[in-house]
Design a protein. Structure first.
Length: 318
């Protein structure tokens, strides 16, 4: 006698469906689902709050309350001299930091890759990445102590007869951009080198052996093997850095913690501008409009940079 068909046997393809659902790829995608939901909830849904940029509202009105004013806040922002001063300082500091600090992690990663002692390499990596984990409050406090007119920096400069009198680093605006770049160089070089060092270590060792057999020295290997290996990584990091030009990464921390009434001509940035109007003056709609302008400029610059990189080098993010 024939056995009766099981329920699962009556549905052709059910076994293959269960196989697809239990495949490693589907499981991995399901693992990413909580992160996607978190991004939607905390990154995309709050964007509806930018509606207040077109209204005159306060905390009691909520997002959907308040009087509709259209582009009045935007017009006021473009007529505000403080906004253009903040724009000038943000772009100036960001470009200076990009020029000074972008190449430093690449060079540091190439140097680290040439160290043969693994123990020494680990020590250097640990020491160089440690400043990244320091809060900018600590960094700013140390900076104020060292750069005080009676601090160690002025003491060394005067001992070496490089200056005749103490330099007021925090009171003279001309020093602020260079100081911010130096702090970023010290704080982020080791951390930024990790990405490039990981890309270099992924190169097959046989490539180096073949190059040495052909008579290539260390500099030749760096130029013809290491740099091409991290070229795409360099382009991706460059695109991200240029796209972040208007926000400036650490510009706000430095502006808020090291800025004062004496250096405000160079320390007042867009991040501090939105904080000043939004939380200090409690002009929430005005600050939202300013932040919307900054976000739009950053997105436009990111898309433009990504398009140019794709046309020139073929390396892009999306």
């Amino acid at each position: 006698m024939n056995k009766p068909l099981m329920a699962t046997d009556r549905r052709p393809g059910s076994a293959s469906l269960r196989g697809k659902l239990s495949s490693p790829q589907v499981i991995l995608q399901l693992m990413v689902l909580p992160a996607v939901l978190a991004m939607v909830i905390f990154n995309f849904m709050p964007m509806f709050g930018m509606l207040i940029a077109f209204k005159e509202t306060d905390l009691t009105d909520g997002i959907f309350g308040g009087k509709w004013v259209g582009f009045a806040h935007f017009k006021e922002i473009f007529e505000d001299d403080r906004f253009w001063m903040a724009m000038h300082n943000t772009i100036g500091m960001s470009i200076l930091k990009l020029v000074i600090t972008f190449a430093a992690p690449i060079l540091f990663a190439l140097i680290m890759n040439e160290i043969r002692s693994n123990a020494y390499k680990k020590v250097v990596q640990t020491i160089s990445t440690l400043p990244h984990f320091l809060s900018y409050v600590i960094v700013a406090t140390l900076c104020l102590i060292f750069l005080d007119p009676q601090g160690i920096v002025n003491h060394v400069l005067m001992s070496l007869h490089l200056t005749k009198e103490p330099i007021e680093f925090m009171a003279e605006a001309k020093w602020f951009w260079g100081l911010g770049s130096a702090l970023d160089l010290w704080k982020e070089t080791g951390w930024g080198a990790i990405v490039f060092l990981a890309a270099i270590t992924g190169v097959n060792g046989e490539v180096y052996e073949a190059a040495r057999m052909d008579g290539a020295g260390r500099l030749r290997c760096i130029w013809h093997i290491n740099l091409p290996a991290i070229r795409s990584t360099i382009m991706v990091m460059l695109i991200l850095n240029i796209g972040n030009l208007f926000y400036g990464g650490s510009n706000f921390d430095q502006s808020y913690l090291l800025g004062n009434m004496f250096n405000t001509d160079r320390s007042y940035t867009l991040g501090y501008y939105t904080l000043d109007n939004g939380l200090i003056q409690m002009r929430y709609s005005f600050a939202a409009a300013a932040d919307l302008i900054i976000s739009t400029l950053s997105l436009t610059l990111l898309l433009l940079t990504n398009w140019v990189a794709k046309k020139i080098n073929g390396s892009n993010i999306f």
